[in-house]
Design a protein around this ligand. Structure first.
Ligand code: UDX
Length: 436
């Protein structure tokens, strides 16, 4: 099928390449010339495992191309909208500028029977408004949210755990559903749940899924706060409650909390939208979720201060990680980088290292020192803090080896990813998050 994908960021670029890899003929469209040039050369403009391989393969096959020309969407049967919906600069609501611009640029090129499939995360009610503008062209709008995780985006797009389609009522909606089933044919053939809803439900499925995940993380981080004043161990607690299948162990990782381009801004936008709808109290708990999350960054900073005897001023602190999570170069709302910036603000001589995110981090926080090589970054550190649990820091850094590089022996484990016994046995003072 001929498809267009408007927006070639973390979501759109992966979607375009993944759709080409399952056999479709795809054009990716973006206003950012640099991004388009890079993608056209077959180079992934950001770090995402597996993306490079499918880009190379599908561009060579001729099924995938990229352009800045919105007219290239003409002739495609389905047009995916995969642009960003960041947090507004002066508030908590979502900024829909890019969605509106994408739809405006698409409308002149739509033909009778085309389908516009919204994938961006939007406040509930957005699709109904967009449909009013799209219907006069003879095209149909569907809302088809994306649940991909960065780091696993290719796999999540090609083989999602569910598909959701918010469609209009009647034959038009049925026809659009059939077309989407054809688009996602390998998943449909495999029996992946395909849930057909109205627009509002589809929009809400996405934000409520992210709100739930954020709540789960802040729940365990709240337990970490209690563990800290009682001497309990939150990781054992998580293991124990996680064995209850109704609870489950995943997303019970206590640490410096969630960040990234989705969870933080999505829960804030959800609260803002609920307020507009007169139901602010229904999700008032999300404000608490946000606050618990941000408090964990303070805690991590405090542990470094404590570890260094009450002040980090002029002390060498090595920060292991900058990305908001491993297997990503994304630093949007990264708790890791925030901790580094705060330590720098307290006068510490901060050295940041990360296997993928240094370039992005340096652009936003040029005041920090960055060192690519992990061991080089550890040299002469008075204290070390692990904030992004890359394997390079979690599994492949024996404490005995770290001891040969650093001056001090203070390790703060911001992700509870290390073995406290091993670090202590090697002579280190170990601080975890919610662990004695
Ligand atoms: C998230 C959703 O998982 C995904 O379904 C949605 O489409 C987009 O938002 P992503 O932002 O890529 O995906 O990252 P995710 O793996 O969910 O992690 C989010 C943050 O939570 C990271 O900062 C991670 O370090 C943190 N996290 C995750 C924890 O602090 N503890 C955990 O147990 C799990």
């Amino acid at each position: 099928m001929k498809l267009s994908v408007i927006g070639c960021g973390y979501l759109g670029a992966v979607h375009a390449a993944a759709m080409a890899s399952i056999g479709h003929e795809v054009v990716g469209i973006d206003v950012d010339q640099r991004k388009i040039d890079s993608l056209s050369r077959g180079e992934a403009p950001f770090f995402e495992p597996g993306l490079q391989e499918i880009l190379t393969e599908t561009i060579a096959s001729g099924r995938l191309r990229f352009t800045t020309d919105p007219a290239a969407a003409k002739g495609s049967k389905v047009h995916f909208i995969g642009v960003g919906t960041p947090q507004q600069k002066d508030g908590h609501a979502a900024d829909l500028t890019y969605v509106n611009t994408a739809v405006n640029s698409l409308i002149p090129h739509l033909a009778e029977g085309d389908i516009v499939a919204g994938k961006s995360t939007v406040p509930v009610g957005t699709a109904a408004g967009l449909a009013e503008r799209i219907v006069p062209t003879g095209a149909t709008l569907v809302w088809n949210p994306e649940f991909l995780r960065e780091g696993y985006a290719v796999q999540d797009t090609i083989d999602p755990d569910r598909l959701v389609a918010g469609v209009p009522a009647g034959p038009e909606g049925e026809r659009a559903t059939e077309t989407l089933r054809e688009v996602y044919h390998p998943s449909v053939a495999k029996g992946t749940p395909f849930i057909v809803t109205d627009y509002a439900t589809a929009e809400l499925v996405k934000v409520s899924a992210n709100a739930f995940l954020a709540t789960k993380i802040s729940f365990i981080n709240a337990m970490a706060e209690i563990a800290e004043v009682t001497g309990a161990d939150v990781t054992q607690l998580a293991d124990a409650i996680g064995h209850d299948a109704r609870i489950g162990r995943r997303f019970l990782g206590a640490g410096i909390g969630f960040g990234g381009g989705c969870l933080p801004k999505d829960i804030r936008a959800f609260s803002a939208r609920a307020e507009e709808l007169g139901r602010g109290e229904s999700v008032a708990f999300l404000r608490e979720i946000d606050e618990i999350n941000l408090r964990r960054r303070d805690r991590a900073v405090q542990l470094v201060v404590d570890g260094l005897g009450g002040s980090v001023y002029e002390r060498n602190v090595t920060v292991l990680g900058a990305a908001f999570k491993p297997h990503s170069d994304d630093i949007r709302d990264s708790p890791a980088l925030d901790v580094a910036v705060r330590l720098h603000g307290l006068g510490a001589k901060v050295t940041v290292t990360d296997p993928a995110a240094i370039e992005n981090a340096r652009r936003v926080h040029p005041q920090l020192a960055y060192v690519e090589d992990r061991d080089e970054a550890l040299r002469d550190a008075d204290a070390v803090i692990l904030v992004t649990e890359w394997d390079e820091y979690r599994r492949q850094l024996p404490p005995e080896h770290a001891s040969t590089l650093t001056t001090g022996r203070v390790i703060v484990d911001g992700r509870n990813g290390l073995d406290p016994a091993a670090w202590r046995a090697a002579g280190w003072t170990y601080y975890g998050m919610g662990r004695p």
